[in-house]
Write a protein that binds this ligand. Structure first.
Ligand code: FES
Length: 162
């Protein structure tokens, strides 16, 4: 014998089913969100890796003799008579952003954290920084924009001929 069911029972079952589905969805979203946040805590770039190759602008933006810091990227674009290069402004000791030497920026850079000093081409003058500042590969794309690729260190320190 089948149990007798009224239309109210059917509505109740539909409601219960709906509530179960909503609870399951909320649980899934909550657990998934917590997992993502945990992953980002331990490895911040796990879900968002900013592009390591990026455009810095047209050549006209960099007149000969200019040294232009690219905000948010920790690099400086230097243009000289014989070419241009991109140099990291991230201290090789513990990663602070270095700055031009105060009152005498033509002598090089200084790290505000522990006092390392570097030449204008990135050579270490005084520690505790263990290594020179890297130069990154730079090229001009087919639209005429200058591109810096921070995934490729320019070990030979060759300037981009422009
Ligand atoms: Fe630059 Fe320590 S982080 S000297």
């Amino acid at each position: 014998i089948l149990p007798f069911r009224t239309s109210d029972d059917v509505v109740d079952e539909d409601r219960r089913g709906f509530v179960k589905k909503m609870a399951l969805t909320a649980l899934t979203v909550g657990v998934g969100g917590a997992a993502i946040q945990s992953a980002r805590f331990f490895k911040p770039n796990v879900l968002y890796e900013p592009s390591k190759a990026f455009k810095v602008g047209e050549l006209s933006k960099f007149p000969i003799g200019s040294r232009i810091v690219i905000e948010g990227r920790g690099i400086e674009i230097v243009r000289e008579r014989d070419g241009m290069h991109a140099i990291s402004l991230v201290c090789t000791h513990l990663g602070c952003l270095i700055k031009p030497v105060e009152n005498d920026p033509d002598t090089g850079y200084m790290c505000p954290c522990h006092g390392s000093t570097f030449t204008l081409t990135g050579g270490v003058l005084g520690g505790p920084a263990p290594k020179d500042l890297p130069w990154y590969e730079m090229y001009m794309d087919n639209t005429g924009a200058l591109v810096v690729d921070t995934s490729k260190v320019n070990h030979k320190r060759t300037k981009l001929a422009v």
